[in-house]
Design a protein around this ligand. Structure first.
Ligand code: AHR
Length: 514
């Protein structure tokens, strides 16, 4: 049985007396990280490093697709700089076409000659024309190009089970039928492998404003019409609750008790501050609030998982956190419907903390998709015409890539609190695991934006890797200066034969212990 490390960390946390604001600088915090290599969790499914791309703002158009005739260097219409960057972080799975857009999307609009495709209004996101230039073929070929598995979100909100089943047949059947002949005529002879299929999105909201009971029945009904291609199976994903609204427990309960025909239940959760403020130019209050919001996903996952355990003790149904990320107010001067925001060191901390939490819940969490891959919400990549930059969140995904497929260990942390205003947070968080290469990896996050930590561990050897940090809490890359924040070399300074670190304030580090 796994130990609840967060609880232990909380219990062991030293009491720190703050008579002045937490932003006062003091001697480095003394932190102890104990990695219990005898207590292993279930393997980290590499799909928790998944991505999400919706027809929203410049997520698809310009972010991925520029067209074959563009001056921007491209591979069959996909921008080359983006393809190269995504290949580097080994994106395991990509969810498309939404989000809310999925439940207004008719897949037939996005097949056939591009100049003949209908133009629709994207009423979910800015009310702008959707040209349908990027459709089923463009998406599935893109997923193949970057080496990611495809996760398609079907429309349960405004189309019929018949439409959903036909889309699946069009994409995945190797048989000869009118639909598969149409696919061949449109340029794709062999079927694609669609590993994951979502039955609706946010059924309680933009996906149809359904009550849990109705959504549970409707999910079973749609699922009944989806058949696996011969010799293959795909994972049906039921659209589950959001941790951002009250009632997610009862929603989960209803689905697990009353619905069927799915192998995964989705959970959405966005880290936010109230009121929502912009991604840059903030003070320590926002820093502390957003990190608190990010940490809250742990208790939400625990509660949802406990309900799933009640109905599914053998853990046959996975939990997919298929939308998560830090959602700020849109960048000044941009369309509010486009959800474009900068991405800073604070967002990198949100990413690292959330990935650490997923590592602690690998028995249930088998996929997660950060929202969203390019130019939308907590993006990996931002583009402006021919320019492109990698965000601090991209760097976290890159640094954490040895954890894809790793086996996690329990980690106990004894650390003082980081306190600001009403927020009381652990000052340091950590995750450890044995990678597929047999090496021990350790990730460390210093949540304190002012004070460094003197970290001692029970690990022997030496540790080296990279660290992401910056002068300011909102350190970020710009199109003019795209390399302000990037991973820098980082190594242990051993004490008494054990691996130890001077961990700077507001930093994320990943090291290999050898
Ligand atoms: O990611 C942006 C939106 O957030 C998605 O379309 C929707 O599912 C969620 O509310």
């Amino acid at each position: 049985m796994r130990v609840n490390c967060r609880a232990i960390a909380g219990t062991l946390a030293m009491v720190v007396i703050f008579s002045s604001p937490a932003s006062a600088k003091r001697a480095p915090d003394k932190v102890t990280v104990t990695v219990d290599t005898s207590a292993q969790g279930a393997q980290i499914n590499r799909n928790i490093y998944g991505q999400f791309s919706e027809h929203l703002g410049r997520g698809i158009y310009e972010g991925i697709w520029v067209g074959e005739d563009s001056n921007i260097p491209n591979i069959r219409g996909y921008r080359k700089d983006v393809v190269d960057a995504l290949r580097k972080i080994r994106v395991p799975v990509l969810r498309w076409p939404g989000g809310c857009f999925a439940d207004q999307y008719d897949w037939r609009d996005g097949i056939g000659p591009r100049d003949k495709r209908p133009v629709r209004i994207n009423f979910n996101w800015g009310g702008v024309p959707e040209t349908n230039t990027f459709g089923t073929h463009e998406f599935l070929n893109f997923a193949e190009l970057i080496g990611a598995d495809a996760y398609i979100s079907g429309n349960m909100g405004s189309l019929t089970p018949h439409d959903m089943a036909q889309w699946l047949e069009y994409m995945t059947s190797a048989e000869k039928s009118s639909l598969t002949e149409e696919r061949r005529k449109n340029g794709r002879k062999e079927p694609w492998h669609v590993k994951f299929f979502g039955i609706g999105n946010e059924v309680w909201g933009c996906g149809g404003a359904m009550r849990a009971e109705y959504a549970a029945d409707t999910t079973s009904r749609y699922s009944a019409f989806l058949s696996d291609p011969p010799g293959e199976t795909f994972v049906r994903v039921a659209s589950g609750p959001t941790g951002n609204l009250p009632g997610y427990e009862s929603f989960t309960e209803t689905f697990m008790r009353d619905s069927g025909g799915f192998q995964a239940l989705s959970l959405h959760y966005y880290s936010r501050t109230s009121p929502s403020t912009r991604a840059t130019g903030f003070g320590e209050e926002k820093w502390a609030q957003l990190l608190r919001s990010a940490l809250n996903i742990e208790s939400i996952i625990s509660k949802v998982a406990a309900i799933m355990d009640k109905y599914d003790p053998d853990k046959k149904v996975a939990l997919f956190v298929d939308e998560w990320g830090a959602w700020h107010k849109e960048e000044l001067g941009t369309n509010p419907g486009f959800a474009y925001q900068q991405s800073t060191l604070l967002d990198a901390e949100v990413a690292a903390l959330t990935l650490n939490i997923f590592h602690r819940h690998t028995d249930r969490v088998k996929m997660a998709n950060i929202a969203q891959m390019i130019n939308v919400i907590q993006a990996m990549i931002l583009t402006r015409k021919e320019k492109m930059l990698l965000t601090p969140t991209y760097h976290v995904f890159d640094m954490y890539s040895p954890f894809q497929g790793a086996v996690p260990f329990d980690v106990r942390i004894s650390a003082p609190e980081y306190q600001y205003g009403d927020e009381h947070l652990p000052s340091v968080d950590a995750s450890a695991g044995i990678g597929k290469d047999g090496k021990l990896y350790l990730a460390l996050v210093n949540l304190d934006p002012v004070n460094s930590a003197s970290v001692s561990t029970n690990l022997s050897g030496i540790a080296h890797g990279t660290i992401l940090t910056g002068q300011a809490m909102d350190t970020h890359n710009t199109f003019e200066a795209p390399n302000i924040i990037h991973p820098m070399p980082f190594a242990s300074n051993n004490v008494g034969g054990k691996v130890a670190f001077d961990l700077p304030a507001k930093s994320v580090a990943v090291v290999v212990v050898e």
